[in-house]
Each structure stands twice: as C-alpha cells, then as structure tokens.
Design a protein around this ligand. Sequence first.
Ligand code: SF4
Length: 203
Amino acid sequence: MAEKIKLHAVIPESTVNGPGCRMVIFFQGCAKLCPGCFNTETHAFEPSEVLTPAELFEKYHTGNIEGITVSGGEPFLQPEALYDLLQYAKEELKLSTVVYTGFRADRIKQRAEERRCAEHIDVLIDGGFEEANPETTLIARGSTNQEFYFMTERYTIEDFYLKARTELIVADDGTVRSTGFARVTLPEDSAKSPDSPDSSDSV
Ligand code: SF4
C-alpha cells in the first residue's frame, strides 16, 4: 500500500520549476527555517491535503507534463511517501523527476530510507536557501550554495537554464499564484500564497 503524501500544494503545470512543462508538488513541513525562505507557508506540519501518488496524479495530471518537480517544505522528512511518489512517477507514468531539498546530499546518503529515493531521481538539488547568496542568473535555484546532482543521463545543467525566474498562474476563480525562483509581490485581493520550489530550497 502506497504511503500518503502530506501536501502543501500542487501546481499541475509550470515552466519555471525545472526543464520543460512540469507538475510541481510541494510537501508540507520543514523545520530548517532558513532566513528569507520564500515558502514559509510550507513550514508548519499541518497538510492542506493528504493523497497517495495514484490519487495525486488522478486529481492533478493534465497529460501535458514531461516530469515532476518535488519541493517543499522538506520532501525527505517524508521519505517513504517520497519514494512511493517518485517510483510511481517514473515507473507507472514514465515521467522525469527533479527533487529540491534543504538537506545536503551527504546527509541523505547516510540514511537508508532517504538514500533509496535516489533510485528514482533524475536530478537532485540540495541545500537550503541562503539569503546572502541569491542566484541572479536564470539557472533554476534560489541561491548559489545549492548544488545539482545529475543521477541519470536524462538532463544536463543546460536544461536548468530557464526562460524566466517566475511565472504567474491565474486560477478559474481569478486568484493569482506566483511560482519560480524570484519573489513576486501581488495585490492582496488577488494573491494566493507564493509557491516557489524552494526558492525555498529552490526549490
Ligand atoms: S529554504 Fe527549504 S529548507 Fe530552508 S526553510 Fe525553506 S523550505 Fe525549509
């Protein structure tokens, strides 16, 4: 039985959170509290939604994406759910997988239940957001301390130089959500919480 994911939010389609058009999945909960984190709404451990991988894709998969980007919050605080999600995306749906984490790769390697997630990750980007070292190019990370680990041959660093650092998504009810790797201030009556794959870990 697949583990349920404690979710903050899901963006069904985005073009500023990794290569091509991607579903962005924000896990809920992070204890790191990096100063300047874009995704403070993800820090609390009370999820907005709890879904199995199959339920998540049933609800949010548009059929237009080439892969998923997982962010948070801290995905590796739910290692079983992260593993099941990545395995489902890769094996059942043949999607590519990009994961942003606030942990360093060395820490993940030391924990078996976290390390096994790498079996289904194409690209891992590690490290929490550092306010003193913001990324200023179009490369898809929030700060320059964050490193890219290419676990398969699916992507190279060139694929992470994007066309923009942020995008606005207008919902059917007229509310506007920003996502990506730059902070955007929206008028209060139209704004939803900014969801930045860690822009936060930025992801
Ligand atoms: S930047 Fe990432 S690791 Fe740091 S507080 Fe935000 S979500 Fe947590």
